[in-house]
Design a protein around this ligand. Structure first.
Ligand code: MG
Length: 246
């Protein structure tokens, strides 16, 4: 009887969404509600949530209704936002168990860095969109991680999941929104709330519901303690299909 695989130390990779997952509110949206035409911003945000606009179309529309403002001013505004306090526990838990954590966001790097700095959290890689100032009086979005084939997201989180994990590692995804639906499906353990949870329920994708990161840590403690841990077959299939496409 071969149990060879179980003798090998398990490697875990953890991918975490930012807005509405690490933070309580969606900071990306709050920027435009605060510094843009609020009514128009609300209408655009609705059209993004309903998938009537792709994420890039949505961001472009939001930047059009943004009033002149500096990134400095936005940064000051952003500092008032709260995170799920249990995120600190998830970070410590990950370090204790040698789990590499990566933040994947379809929002903007400057506010992710601002919030993490405020919370004294360092050393977590971030893949997200960026903002630049080009002298026009308001910041402009830059999307360094678009996928050439798929236009749904501005930052293709799926590509980061694939590039930062291998088939024999156990992947964990924690998210809440529409940009998490695609990447989560390539992972073994999905923690879902809000619209990601609704998607998983509707499409019968296996997931763990959570309210805050304490729920996530408790569940991971149980999973990590298991003698045998199974990878999620549907995730393995999704990966295989993707590799075939090249
Ligand atoms: Mg989110």
């Amino acid at each position: 009887m071969s149990v060879g695989h179980e003798h090998v130390k398990r490697v875990y990779k953890m991918f975490v969404d930012f807005d509405g997952t690490i933070t309580k509110k969606d900071i990306g949206e709050q920027l435009f509600l605060q510094y843009g035409d609020t009514e128009k911003a609300e209408a655009i945000i609705k059209r993004i949530s309903s998938r009537e606009l792709t994420s890039i179309e949505g961001w472009k529309a939001l930047f059009e209704i943004l009033n002149p403002v500096s990134i400095d001013k936005l940064t000051t505004f952003v500092r008032s936002f709260e995170i799920d306090k249990a995120f600190h526990r998830l970070v410590s838990f990950s370090r204790e168990h040698n789990v590499e954590m990566i933040i994947l966001s379809d929002g903007f790097e400057f506010y992710i860095r601002t919030i993490l700095e405020k919370e004294n959290i360092t050393g977590i890689p971030i893949f997200s969109n960026r903002l630049i100032e080009n002298g026009s009086g308001k910041p402009q979005p830059v999307f360094p991680y678009r996928d050439e084939e798929c236009k749904s997201c501005a930052n293709c989180k799926r590509n980061h999941v694939i590039e930062n994990s291998s088939d024999d590692e156990f992947t964990i995804y924690i998210g809440n929104g529409s940009s998490d639906v695609c990447p989560a499906q390539y992972c073994d353990f999905i923690f879902a709330k809000d619209s990601l949870r609704k998607y998983c329920e509707k499409e019968k994708v296996t997931f763990f519901p959570y309210d805050n990161f304490n729920d996530v840590v408790s569940k991971l403690e149980t999973l990590f303690a298991k003698k045998r841990l199974k990878k999620r077959h549907q995730a393995e299939l999704k990966r295989k299909t993707l590799y075939k496409q090249g």
